[in-house]
Ligand binder design. Structure first.
Ligand SMILES: Nc1ncnc2c1ncn2[C@@H]1O[C@H](COP(=O)(O)OP(=O)(O)OP(=O)(O)O)[C@@H](O)[C@H]1O
Ligand SMILES: [Mg+2]
Length: 280
């Protein structure tokens, strides 16, 4: 059975004429890295709110269909249960860190769930290590860089030992180096530790390199879905929707297509692609 199953799910915010999500079907296996992209207002953040309990616990509205995590309906679970199962990382590094020190930030969730101090200590150490930031443990949170803050937010989520990590544009306020660091950490968590990841992201270059599957949202629906190479080959549809395709893929399209070889998505693949067509 899939770890996360979203079936015919639709959601409308209170007093809004148009549903924010319509007839969404997604099945996520344990260990998958799902990338979600799409234009503004497509419903991407709304979906993450349905996964992390903000909807229905802190935001009204009406829904149809079903979302189940580990076999049980997520909307039947309490906020505390959801926080334990679903780790959340948001867009704004400033808005989600609440403690003055990194160690406290990581202890906050496990303390709230009443774990004994030895267990909390062990979780903090492990989470810092997994997020690649053991050196930040005793730092005040106020003077961390944006990228460091986002890795602290990831570590705080990991300290809860979640079943799934849901990130909503975690790199949108970061510079390229900070962005790469986040993707490196996520890739390691996914590939080496088997963590299931759902990431909303506009940076399609990196999504193409790391995600197993891409979902393109548009106007509350899933417009395109598939492996990165399948999805990013649909250049015209993506342009119409307003999704940027990885530049290497665009270049391959401009240079005369990629029917006979596979669509290059990363710089390394672009290099091989160019060698091939130059040899011809
Ligand atoms: N709290 C709310 N109340 C009413 N409508 C909302 C609320 N939040 C979002 N919406 C509407 O729901 C739709 C989907 O918004 P959502 O924030 O999920 O889009 P998004 O894909 O995350 O966009 P972005 O790329 O700009 O973050 C939009 O039409 C938006 O205006
Ligand atoms: Mg959003």
């Amino acid at each position: 059975m899939a770890l996360l199953q979203i079936e015919n799910f639709s959601f409308s915010y209170p007093r809004s004429a148009q549903p924010a999500l319509q007839e969404i079907n997604i099945s996520v296996e344990k260990g998958e890295f799902i990338g979600i992209t799409g234009p503004t207002g497509a419903g991407k953040s709304t979906l993450t709110c349905c996964l992390n309990g903000i909807i229905p616990h802190f935001q009204g509205g009406s829904y149809q269909g079903r979302i189940s995590l580990g076999g049980a309906s997520i909307f039947d679970r309490s906020p505390a249960q959801i926080t334990r199962l679903v780790g959340s990382v948001f867009q704004d590094p400033e808005a989600q860190i609440i403690s003055p020190e990194v160690e406290q930030e990581l202890a906050f969730g496990p303390e709230n769930l009443g774990y004994p101090p030895a267990e909390i200590e062990q979780r903090i150490g492990k989470a810092l290590e997994l997020a690649g930031i053991p050196g930040l443990r005793n730092r005040p949170t106020v003077n961390l860089s944006g990228g460091e803050k986002q890795r602290v937010a990831i570590a705080a989520a990991l300290a809860m030992l979640p079943e799934i990590l849901v990130l909503d544009e975690p790199t949108s306020e970061l510079d390229p180096v900070g962005t790469d660091e986040i993707f490196q950490v996520l890739n390691l968590l996914n590939k080496k530790h088997g963590l299931t990841i759902i990431m909303v992201e506009q940076k399609t270059e990196q999504l193409a390199a790391y995600a197993d599957r891409i979902l393109v949202f548009n106007e509350g629906r899933i417009a395109l879905e598939g492996k990165p190479r399948q999805v990013f080959a649909r250049r015209r549809e993506l342009e119409e929707i307003g999704v940027r395709i990885p530049q290497v893929a665009r270049l391959a399209g401009l240079l005369g297509g990629y029917e006979r070889c596979t669509l290059p998505l990363t710089v390394e693949e672009g290099h091989l692609y160019l060698e091939r067509i130059l040899r011809r």
